[in-house]
Design a protein around this ligand. Structure first.
Ligand code: NDP
Length: 498
């Protein structure tokens, strides 16, 4: 068995045990005998100490010129690159995804460190001419203070980097509460930042459970900005609690992402895309394809192909190089997925593939489920409307593009959507009419790159976008500055109007 990490909270540059005196364990979801880590089970006092450290570090960090802050991020990118293999291994052990996918998590953090690091030399403001003579005016971005971050377990390094690195380059300091099922990767990211020169207290890590370690961070009066990724249920609570103190809150929540297939689509391409997007990360991606909406004429042959591919997928421990699909993250998630499979059966959907837990042999000590496909799904069924967060694909047959778009849009969520077609008119209609923050044409619903805005509409989010040029917006405040060098009082909107 590999090493067990024993990690205290990181507060003010020091590793300190939790004031509760308690710890919690994380075990490998592919093999529960493998103890991955023991972490501080934090409470409100630990959060208070972390916020105080972040507040104390803020004035100096804010004053450091943005290009210098960016240089630290750029150096961290190099360290992440050098440690990619080790960090991928840690990530697979803690949350289960296969090694090649874990590598993608680290690469996202490297890309974000480069992108946010170089932003230190841009961070563009706006200058405009004045309507009055001898007057200059500009707008610039300013940091806000201590940012509270709460992250899930499914992309433990990528999501932490999307939040932390833009916040840092803007000049904020950070307290982060990672998902309890995947805290090691956050430490790995911060380890690189610290070695790259990040001063003590600029990033603080508090581990523990959502209600006892996350909520005090949400409610802390010295944390004016909250960045949350997780379920819609918890996101709503974070939003409500934040609103009471008029905090800035960014929410990245659930999805029920549709992939539409028109009858002129390249079915080879569709087959590859659907298998990757429905079963990759064991379906535990906010952008996973969970609804396949297919034109009736090609449904039969496509279903045959997908069933064959799903049955052939190599499910197993993500640390084995041949594994294509790993376990679910924990026992609760396994029970939830199996319950949804029962819901699908009882609603009258046809179980075409999978549907059962994998037990015995190499599966005995983990949380494995078969890749599952339901056909005959109707749009009103729960398996077509609710986020399952597992490898369960619901296939809905339609007659036309109009019907497909209407069904695609008729759910609470709106994160990502895809259309496969060779018809350029259909493609442009889909780009405009699909209610989603991200649309793919002839590519599946997963695969966002860090230099375009990321986020969703409707119950998926509250209008913010991570990554891309929009990534600075949550973490900076616009300040407009007017300089009048005329030596006289000039009244805007009055003295320049005849
Ligand atoms: P949860 O909402 O259960 O947890 C997210 C984070 O919130 C965790 O750190 C959790 O702690 C914490 N938390 C739980 N309760 C509270 C509380 N009362 N106050 C403050 N924090 C709390 O989501 P999961 O971790 O299970 O992640 C899966 C969900 O995340 C899915 O719905 C998925 O769609 C969504 N997601 C969205 C993405 C997007 O960009 N739109 C990307 C990735 C995932 P703890 O770990 O202890 O439970």
């Amino acid at each position: 068995m590999a090493e067990t990490r024993r990690l205290h909270n990181l507060i003010g540059g020091k590793f300190v045990p939790s004031t509760t005196g308690r710890t919690f364990e994380r075990r490998n979801p592919a093999d529960q005998r493998d103890l991955v880590g023991i972490f501080a089970e934090s409470g409100a006092d630990d959060v208070n100490a972390a916020v105080a450290a972040a507040k104390a570090a803020y004035p100096a960090w804010r004053k450091l010129p943005a290009p210098r802050r960016g240089e630290i991020l750029l150096r961290a990118a190099e360290l992440l690159q050098a440690r990619k293999e080790r960090y991928s291994h840690d990530l697979t052990r803690e949350m289960g995804k296969p090694l090649f996918e874990a590598g993608g998590d680290i690469v996202e953090a490297i890309g974000m460190a480069q992108y946010a690091g170089s932003e230190g030399r841009r961070m563009h403001g706006v200058t405009t001419p004045s309507e009055l003579p001898n007057k200059f005016q500009m707008s610039m971005r300013q940091p806000i203070g201590v940012v509270g971050m709460i992250t899930p377990w499914n992309f433990p390094m990528a999501i932490a980097s999307w939040k932390m690195l833009p916040a840092l380059v803007c000049g904020n300091t950070v307290v982060i509460k990672p998902g309890e099922d995947a805290s090691v990767s956050t430490y790995n990211l911060v380890e690189c930042l610290v070695e790259a020169g990040l001063p003590p207290g600029v990033v603080n890590i508090v581990t523990g459970y959502g209600p006892t370690a996350g909520q005090p961070l949400v409610e802390h009066p010295d944390v004016p900005v909250l960045s949350f990724t997780g379920s819609t249920e918890v996101g709503r609570l974070v939003y409500e609690l934040g609103a009471r103190q008029i905090k800035r809150v960014s929410l990245e929540l659930g999805g029920k992402n549709p992939l539409i297939v028109m009858d002129d689509a390249d079915l080879d391409l569709v087959e590859q895309g659907v298998v990757w997007a429905a079963f990759g990360t064991t379906g535990q991606r906010c952008t996973a394809t969970s609804r396949l909406i297919v034109q009736r004429r090609v449904a039969g042959p496509l279903i045959e192909r997908l069933v064959a591919r799903a049955r052939a997928l190599r499910v197993g421990n993500g640390l084995h190089p041949a594994t294509e699909m790993g376990p679910l993250v924990n026992g609760d998630q396994l029970r939830r997925v199996l319950e949804y499979i029962e819901v699908g059966r009882s609603e009258g959907a046809i179980l075409r593939s999978g549907g059962a837990q994998l037990k015995g042999g190499d599966y005995e000590h983990g949380f494995f489920v078969q890749p599952t496909i339901f056909t005959g799904v109707r749009p009103e069924m729960r398996i077509a409307r609710e986020e399952i967060f597992g490898p369960v694909l619901s296939i809905i047959e339609v007659e036309s593009l109009d019907e497909a778009i209407a069904i695609a849009n008729d759910v609470a969520y709106g994160l990502s959507a895809a259309l496969y077609t060779r018809d350029i008119n259909a493609a442009y209609r889909a780009m405009h009419e699909l209610e989603a923050g991200i649309v793919y044409i002839n590519a599946p619903t997963i695969g966002a790159e860090i230099h375009l805005p990321f986020g969703g509409v409707k119950a998926t989010g509250n209008g913010h976008r991570e990554a891309g040029p929009t990534m600075l917006d949550l973490f900076s405040e616009w300040k407009s500055v007017y300089v009048d060098y005329s030596g006289s009082l000039q009244r805007a909107q009055i003295d320049n109007i005849d």
